[in-house]
Write a protein that binds this ligand. Structure first.
Ligand code: AHG
Ligand code: MN
Ligand code: MN
Ligand code: MN
Length: 335
């Protein structure tokens, strides 16, 4: 039973029998993420104080300039996960290829793979706006005892055993699911402890916020253009309010609490949109469904897509169920 004010540590122990495979390993893994989140939180909080701002000068595999905190967060998460005998592989937005992690006995005994977006919304760091971390966890599909392979990472989102995000905002929160609803924990920075503050989070069935980078409007498919016009129409409970931070984690978090839809469609400039299926869309889609919301590529559930490559991008429509269904209706007209 989730009790408000319970610490995350207590919650993990009390609820580990709910895990499909309750060997305690998944609990250890969530604990490792909790620890890395605190370390990264510390780095994010002091970003304005020390000389760690600005682009490192490298360009990552996504063709983006890497910010120093991207690199730092990536290192902290990978290091924390590597130090435990749970994970056989890690894939990250910031790494070209997946990283193999061997068990200390070199027998490939570790069962889980983790996929991460170590720092989401990195363009917001320099302007003191909320950023996040997104994680996604699967059981490997190849046999224990053999090296991890790409196949272990290219699983449909439906196979996730846990997923979540950390939001480094006005408060730092860790929000996650293991397939039994979504719970949110708020960090008390004075003592470094996460407390259950948002038990059983639910997307309102519908809402009045739409979140999209409207600067790309003229490049959007006609279905998206028409849906945006529908959001702006003076009718029933509309016009909706437009809110767009440019950090997926923050936009999602707000919409889950208040009710809303987030859209990152494809465009004539980006044929599959921008967001990454494995590091961003799948974990958010799993959380959305667990919270009674919906996530789709405009036509089908994100979680049912069979990935074909690590850094695959996908159009993303996510949020309150009825709003996503309405957007899909518009998409269908032009399909
Ligand atoms: P990241 O910082 O991990 O590369 O992700 C940025 C993503 C996502 O957080 C955000 O919603 C989206 O990019 C914003 O893109 P635009 O600036 O194109 O709107
Ligand atoms: Mn990036
Ligand atoms: Mn991101
Ligand atoms: Mn990122």
């Amino acid at each position: 039973m989730a009790r408000k004010n319970q610490t995350l540590g207590e919650f993990i122990i009390e609820n580990q029998s709910e895990f499909k495979y309750s060997s305690g390993e998944l609990s250890k893994l969530i604990n490792a993420i909790r620890l890395a989140a605190k370390v990264v939180n510390h780095e994010v909080n002091k970003a304005g104080l020390v000389d760690i701002l600005g682009a490192v000068g490298d360009t990552n595999v996504q063709g983006e300039d890497q910010q120093k905190l991207d690199v730092l967060a990536n290192e902290k998460f990978i290091q924390t996960l590597k130090n435990r005998e749970i994970v056989c592989g890690i894939a990250s937005e910031e790494e070209d290829d997946f990283i193999e992690v061997n068990s200390h006995d070199e027998q490939h005994q570790n069962k889980y793979v983790v996929l991460i977006d170590p720092l989401d919304g990195s363009s917001n760091i320099d302007v003191n706006v909320s950023v996040g971390t997104i994680f996604s966890i699967y059981r490997r599909v190849t046999p224990i005892g053999s090296p991890v392979t790409l196949e272990d990472f290219l699983q449909p989102g439906r196979n996730q055993v846990a997923a979540g995000y950390v939001i480094y905002g006005t408060s730092t929160m860790l929000v996650y699911t293991t397939g039994h609803g979504v719970n949110g924990f708020t960090l008390n920075p004075a003592i470094g402890t996460f407390y259950l503050s948002h038990p059983n989070m639910q997307f309102p069935e519908t809402g009045q916020i739409y979140s999209v980078n409207e600067g790309n409007y003229s490049h959007f498919p006609q279905g998206v253009k028409d849906y945006i016009k529908y959001c702006q129409m003076e009718e029933e409970d509309r016009p909706y309010t437009s809110r767009y931070i440019g950090s997926l984690v923050s936009d999602f978090h707000r919409n889950m609490i208040k009710g809303g839809i987030y859209l990152y469609p494809k465009s004539s400039k980006a044929s599959e949109g921008k967001l990454r299926l494995l590091y961003e869309c799948n974990p958010m889609a799993y959380l959305a469904e667990q919270a009674g919301g919906k996530a789709s590529n405009g036509f089908k559930a994100i979680l049912d897509i069979q990935p074909s490559e690590l850094h695959q991008r996908v159009p993303f429509f996510c949020g309150s169920r009825k709003m996503v269904e309405k957007a899909e209706e518009f998409m269908k007209i032009y399909s």
